[in-house]
Design a protein around this ligand. Structure first.
Ligand code: NAP
Length: 325
C-alpha cells in the first residue's frame, strides 16, 4: 500500500491526522523541518492510538525545494498541513506569507509531478471570513480579501496561500485533484507537550496567566474532527475541487464563554479562569455554516463543550498544569 504523505508532521493537527491514518491501517510518511524531534513525534502518535511502526519521517522545509520530490515519491494521497502558525503576529508579514504561499506551491507542484491523485490542503476560516460583511454569515462561497484594511499577517498568509493553490491547480494541476479544509479555531486534546496555537489559550486560562478574557468571538472545531474531515475529503470522489468549512454546530463562542464552560464543567481546578471580559465593544457574532461537510461528507463534529473540557484534561495528562487538587 502506498504511504500517505502528511506535511508538518510534528504539529498539533498533523499528529492527530497521522494517528488517525495509522489507526485506519494506512502507512504514513510525515515531513518535518528537522528530524531532531522524531522521537517526540512518534510518542505523540502513540498517545493518539497510532502504531508508529507504520510511520516514516523525512525532512523537508517549506522554504526550500529539496526534500519535496523525495517526500511525495510513491504517494497517491497528500495532506498538506504545514504552514507557519505564529504565537504573535510578526512585524514583517512576509515571514508568514512567503512560507505559506511558496511552501504550498512547492508541495502542490511536487505532488502534481509525482502523479499524486489528490491533495487535501489545510487552509483556514481566516481565508474565508476575515473580510467584514453585513450579517457576518459565512459559507464556502466567501473569501477573505488579503487587502482588507488592518488584516493581520496570519489570515493574509492563509488567504494568499489558498488562492495561490486554487490558481495553480486550475491552470496547471495535471491530473492531481485539490480539496481544501477551512477550520475555525482548533481546540481539543494536545498530543505533545510542545503546546501550539489555540491550546495555549486554554492553558493561559487555567493557570491564571489570562486574568481577563479578551473580547473575541470565534468558531471552534475539535482537532480530532478536523483530522476526520481531512480523511473524508480525501476519500469522497465528489469532494474534488471544493472547500469545506470545519466548525462545530451551534453559535460561535466568546473567550469568556470558553472560560465559563471550564468553570462549570471542571469545578475547583478551573478556579483561576477569568470571570470578566476586557472592556470594549461587543465583537461581531459570525454565523459559520458547516452544511457542506455535514451533507456531502457525512461529517459529524463533536459538541464544543466536550472539545473545551477535553483540551483542559489533556493539559493535565501531559503535565502542563499543576496537579488537580
Ligand atoms: P502547528 O502545530 O504550529 O503546526 C504547523 C506545522 O507547520 C508545524 O509542524 C510546523 O513545523 C510546520 N511549519 C511551519 N513553518 C514551516 C516551514 N517553513 N517548513 C516546514 N514546516 C513548517 O499548528 P496547527 O494548529 O497544527 O496548524 C496546522 C494547520 O492548520 C496550519 O495550516 C494552520 O494554518 C491550520 N489551521 C490552524 C488553526 C488553529 O486554530 N490551530 C485553525 C485553522 C487552520 P515545526 O514543527 O517544525 O514548527
Amino acid at each position: 500500500m502506498s504511504p500517505v504523505l502528511v506535511t508538518g508532521g510534528s504539529g498539533y493537527l498533523a499528529t492527530h491526522l497521522i494517528a488517525a491514518l495509522l489507526r485506519a491501517g494506512r502507512p504514513v510518511r510525515a515531513t518535518v523541518r528537522s528530524t531532531a524531534g522524531e522521537t517526540g513525534l512518534r510518542a505523540a502518535v502513540r498517545r493518539g492510538g497510532g502504531d508508529d511502526g507504520g510511520l516514516e519521517v523525512v525532512a523537508a522545509d517549506l522554504m526550500a525545494d529539496g526534500g519535496w520530490p523525495a517526500a511525495v515519491a510513491g504517494c497517491e494521497e497528500v495532506h498538506h498541513v504545514a504552514s507557519p502558525v505564529p504565537v504573535a503576529q510578526p512585524e514583517d508579514p512576509d515571514e508568514l506569507i512567503v512560507p505559506a504561499r511558496e511552501g504550498t506551491l512547492r508541495v502542490l507542484r511536487a505532488a502534481r509531478d509525482a502523479g499524486v491523485r489528490r491533495v487535501v490542503l489545510t487552509s483556514s476560516f481566516a481565508a474565508v471570513g476575515y473580510t467584514p460583511k453585513p450579517g457576518a454569515e459565512f459559507t464556502e462561497a466567501d473569501w477573505t480579501d488579503p487587502d482588507t484594511p488592518g488584516l493581520a499577517a496570519y489570515p493574509r498568509s492563509k488567504a494568499i496561500a489558498e488562492r495561490a493553490a486554487w490558481e495553480l491547480m486550475g491552470r496547471d494541476g495535471g491530473d492531481t485533484e485539490l480539496v481544501v479544509v477551512n477550520p475555525t479555531a482548533i481546540l481539543g486534546p494536545a498530543l505533545t507537550a510542545d503546546l501550539r496555537s489555540s491550546t495555549q489559550l486554554v492553558k493561559a486560562m487555567l493557570d491564571g496567566t489570562m486574568s481577563v478574557a479578551p473580547r473575541q468571538r470565534f468558531g471552534v472545531v475539535d482537532v480530532r474532527d478536523v483530522a476526520d474531515l481531512h480523511l473524508r475529503a480525501m476519500a469522497a470522489p465528489e469532494a474534488a475541487g471544493k472547500r469545506f468549512l470545519a466548525v462545530a454546530d451551534g453559535p460561535t463562542l466568546s473567550l469568556l464563554e470558553v472560560a465559563q464552560i471550564l468553570r462549570r464543567r471542571l469545578g475547583p481546578p478551573a478556579r483561576r479562569v477569568p470571570t470578566r471580559e476586557a472592556p470594549g465593544d461587543e465583537p461581531p457574532r459570525p454565523i459559520i455554516h458547516n452544511d457542506r461537510a455535514r451533507g456531502e461528507l457525512g461529517w459529524r463534529p463533536r459538541a464544543v463543550e466536550t472539545t473545551v473540557v477535553e483540551t483542559a484534561e489533556s493539559l493535565w495528562k501531559l503535565g502542563l498544569l499543576e496537579a488537580v487538587p
